[in-house]
Structure formats: C-alpha cells, structure tokens
Design a protein around this ligand. Structure first.
Ligand SMILES: C[S@@+](CC[C@H](N)C(=O)[O-])C[C@H]1O[C@@H](n2cnc3c(N)ncnc32)[C@H](O)[C@@H]1O
Length: 332
C-alpha cells in the first residue's frame, strides 16, 4: 500500500467510531427545549447503524420534531475499513410515525440514494444542511475544523462530539474566545466507549469484543461541542485558594501567573492567569474572560505586540510545556 493510500486508510480507520446510545442520551437530555418543531440533521450517520438516528427516530414524538434527516457517507475504502455494505451513499427523511405504533427501521422509512458520496461538504448535502435547524452527530475527527467551519458558515445550531485537543486549534479557539461555541454538559473527564468495525485491527489497551464479535474501544479526551446554551455552564466555579506570589509564580515573558490545576485558581487574583485547557470543563462566561492561548498567542499577533514562542517559568526552573489558556476574572 502506497504511503498516500496508507495515510488515507489510517484516516478512514480513525473515522469509523460509532457513538453509544447512553452517551447520546446523557448529553441530549440537557437540550430538550430546543427541539420542538425543529428539523434535525445527522450528516455523518448511516441510519442502519447510527445511534444518533436511533435516538431521534425513537424520541421523535417525545421531542416534538418536525423532521429528521440522516445522511451516510460512502467511504471509498469501504470494503477495507467499514462494516457498511451499502453500494451507495444514502439518506433518509423521517417525519414521524403518523399511524402510531412502533418506530420503523431505516429500510421501512425509505432509504434514498444520494448522487455523490455523501460528503458533508458536497452541494447536495449542503442543501440538506440548509433545511436543518440543529445538527447532531459525531463527525470524522480528521475533518473537525472544516466540519465546524461549515456549521458556523450556515449559521446552524449543533451538538457534536469531538476531541478536547480541538481547543488548541486556531479556528476553534477563536470561536470559544468569542463565546460562539463551548463544551457540552455531560463529558468532562475519563474515556468513552465506541463501537468500531469488526475488521478493524485493534491492539489498543481497553478494547473488548462481545459474544457476537462486535468490537469496542475506549477513547480518552472526548468532549461534546455545542452552541446551544444549557444551565450548568453558567454556574460559577467555587474558588477558595488565596493568592500568594510564592504559590503562584509569574511567567518570565508574560504578565500572568501560572496555575497547574483549575481548582487552584485563586479567589482574589484579578490579573491574567495561565490555566490548563481542561479549565474549559468548568468555564462559566460570566465568571471569566478568555484572552489567549499558549503557545499561539493569537491576541498578541492581532495587537501587533512582540511575538513569544512559549510561556516560560525559569524562576521555578521550567519551561511551561503545556497549552495554557490565558484568562481573567470578570468583575471583582
Ligand atoms: C466518528 S464516525 C461517527 C459515526 C456516527 N456519526 C456515530 O457517531 O456513530 C464519523 C463518520 O463520518 C463518516 N465520514 C467520514 N468522512 C466523511 C465526510 N467527508 N462526510 C460525511 N461523513 C464522513 C465516516 O464514514 C464515519 O462513519
């Protein structure tokens, strides 16, 4: 296999992670009020295997949805890396169970063929996106930046899964700083289990196979990303530590103090503080202002201020090797 194809293959393999129903339920319960009369789009989802399709078709009447649209990507490397045996990219539109009774499976609703490969960026998929009010899915992690950019471009509400490292992407951080997107309500630590294709070669620690040969792996650093508001993100973090210059050394090259654990943010410091990216799990926009990110320092560039490469703490004998969010308390 050529290098190019191998890279592509690796990417495809990484994209085939199927979200588990309890994880979807745990997040979606925070947003019920937004769904009444709305069109939901799941645009990276084979309706025959997606738990997002399952969740929304099963809860269609409970949520009062207007329509559910689900589109499936036809992977070009399908026979190698996907469980899916469809020849074509497909989609379906479900407008509820008019006759009452049980929720039909995808085939009963009527699967339609897409002209292209179902890429969320294709014009026919964008036409479906335009119809949608709220997009909910787990998109391919390798295309996360592009995926979010498209949702923002078309001004869509969304609840999607991604990795917490996306916090450090320039485009994503800018949206976080502007309070246009934030982390979801239900995942703030640990790992989550995903089903993967049976032919996926797994060596990772923490993978398991059930009695039917279905394979699962646990993935760390997963977070929900959304631009729908929920109550908990407005609750302030309880701060109890007091600032002392000894406990909270200043960086040598930036007027801010270093904080290694979010829980250690002092309650009485009003200057700039460098905190770990996991701070966003506790972030309330009324309590803190987000200013910048080490090592990118976007705002320094924007203001034409001298560049720095990385925060340094030579005074305590170390360079700060971690990404840090630079924040400041709001108010007093
Ligand atoms: C992480 S998986 C999640 C699947 C499903 N949403 C779920 O959560 O169970 C991402 C899915 O996106 C599909 N995909 C990859 N590239 C895509 C693209 N350009 N457009 C739409 N879907 C794509 C993959 O085939 C894969 O099934």
């Amino acid at each position: 296999m050529s290098n190019k194809r191998l890279t592509q293959a690796r990417r495809n393999k990484l994209d085939e992670f199927y979200t588990q129903l309890p994880d979807i339920e745990a997040e979606l319960k925070h947003y019920k009020q937004y769904f009444y009369g709305k069109i939901v789009l799941c645009n990276c989802d084979d309706p025959r295997i997606s738990n997002f399709f399952h969740y929304f078709s099963y809860n269609f009447e409970f949520l009062g949805l207007k329509k559910l649209i689900t589109t499936c990507y036809k992977s070009k490397e399908r026979d190698l890396f996907s469980n899916n045996d469809s020849e074509h990219a497909i989609y379906l539109e479900y407008s509820g169970n008019k006759t009452g009774g049980r929720v039909p499976v995808a085939e009963e609703i009527g699967i339609k063929l897409l002209k292209g490969d179902g890429d969320f960026r294709s014009s026919e998929c964008i036409e479906l996106l335009k119809q949608a009010d709220i997009v909910v899915t787990n998109p391919p992690f390798s295309l996360f930046r592009e995926y979010v950019a498209q949702l923002i471009q078309y001004n869509k509400k969304f609840i999607i899964l991604g990795n917490q490292n996306a916090i450090t992407y320039k485009e994503i951080f800018k949206l976080i700083k502007e309070n246009k997107i934030w982390l979801g309500a239900s995942i703030h630590s640990g790992d989550r289990e995903f089903q993967i294709p049976k032919n996926y070669p797994v060596t990772a620690v923490g993978h398991r196979e059930d009695v039917n040969g279905n394979k699962f792996i646990r993935v760390k650093g997963i977070r929900w990303w959304t631009n729908l508001d929920y109550q908990e993100r407005h609750e302030p973090l309880i701060l109890y530590k007091k600032y002392t210059p000894e406990l909270y050394p200043k960086y040598d090259n930036y007027d801010a103090i270093n904080i290694d654990k979010t829980a250690d943010i002092p309650c009485d410091y009003t200057g700039i503080m460098g905190v770990p990216i996991t701070f966003l799990d506790k972030y309330s926009p009324e309590q803190f202002e987000i200013l910048d990110l080490n090592p990118h320092f976007f705002s320094l560039k924007e203001q034409g201020l001298p560049k720095i490469k990385q925060l340094t703490l030579k005074s305590v004998g170390k360079k700060d090797p971690y990404a840090r969010i630079l924040i400041r308390r709001r108010g007093r």
